[in-house]
Design a protein around this ligand. Sequence first.
Ligand code: NAP
Length: 401
Amino acid sequence: MRVSRGKGSGSDDRLFTVVVEGFGVGQQRRAERRITVPFQQLQTLIQSIARNGGRILVVSADAVPDGPISQAPAIPSAVAEGPAETAAGQVSTNPTPTPKTATVSHAAVPVNLYKPKDPFIGTVVDNYSLLAEGAIGRVNHITFDLAGGNPQLHYVEGQSIGIIPDGADAAGKPHKLRLYSIASTRHGDNMAGSTVSLCVRQLEYEKDGQTIYGVCSSFLCDIKPGDKVKITGPVGKEMLLPEDEEANVIMLATGTGIAPMRTYLRRMFEPSERDKNGWHFRGKAWLFMGAPKTANLLYDDDFNHYQSQYPDNFRYTKAISREQQNSKGGRMYIQDRVLEHAEEIFSWIENPQTHVYMCGLRGMEPGIDEAMTAAAAAKGLDWSELRPQLKKAERWHVETY
Ligand code: NAP
């Protein structure tokens, strides 16, 4: 790597050009790229390149802007796509928009404040059905009051908590904890910062001709306001949101796998949440949601509302398996929707500011890989090589069961 000394004045309005290889995704990664940033963003860019396995060839301070460096506008009509690529595959020196890789901060993420041996005792505040008339099964939104703990039980978007149901197992031992993805932002649904909400489906299956109901999911769907519940955690760093306000976020959810996506979307688009969190999302978000029937769609009114309020920043695509058919005449699953939009999704993924989050049934994963394999191959790229790179760059987030 060669680092040239700039001829600039040393003041903060200097622009620096970084020549890098092996940085970005797909064609970007293969090409040598020139990226120009203001001095204040140079260190962040260099750290991103190092974290993502790129190699810096040259850093030079040789461009000084005439005026102040322009700032990105609040909620642009379209997401900043990063610097414009020239025909030669190089990056133009226009300082706006600033290229950034989407990184996820693990700093200050609380983990295991309460453990199974000494859980926090939360109080049920609310427990109501999320399903409309005619839906299959039982799915509830359940909120617990977390006030009064020492330490205070707090969490961030994308984490999970553990619930230890009351009672004992067949051997007479206390039940073990079950993990549930948190469905509320760190501020809670009431913005007071002292509640947590879950989205729980009652597990139900047939065994030896009998209907079996899940121990913990039944416990949770049946509890009433005022009841006390043993809570552990929080845990999890896989599904954290990037700090980048211009990140693009693709969300793939089936059923109650919508829980973390609800937290992201509230953080991005819910007015009271935006006022409070000071995180002014300006990127693009695209939710793919899989449910068996329209009546089983979860938080659907909220998501439709966000789409009407932020049409340039939020897309919402549904796969209603028992009401819609895929191109082969089978049930419409989320991976079929991904296949329909594969080329566009892949072009989003080629932008280093894009993150993909997947939560729900493990069965969706092979189909999503197939769709991405075809989209990558159309550009002469190998998805089996790209996916690990995205994972390593902390841009591919999966929590499936
Ligand atoms: P569900 O309502 O039973 O199913 C959601 C949708 O997924 C339905 O439309 C279903 O279609 C469809 N589906 C079934 N098999 C599929 C496959 N192979 N590929 C794609 N879609 C498929 O979902 P749920 O009971 O809420 O379950 C969600 C799952 O997510 C559970 O396994 C739960 O444990 C898990 N989960 C995980 C997390 C996490 O990772 N942190 C959080 C919450 C939930 P049909 O039924 O019509 O076939």
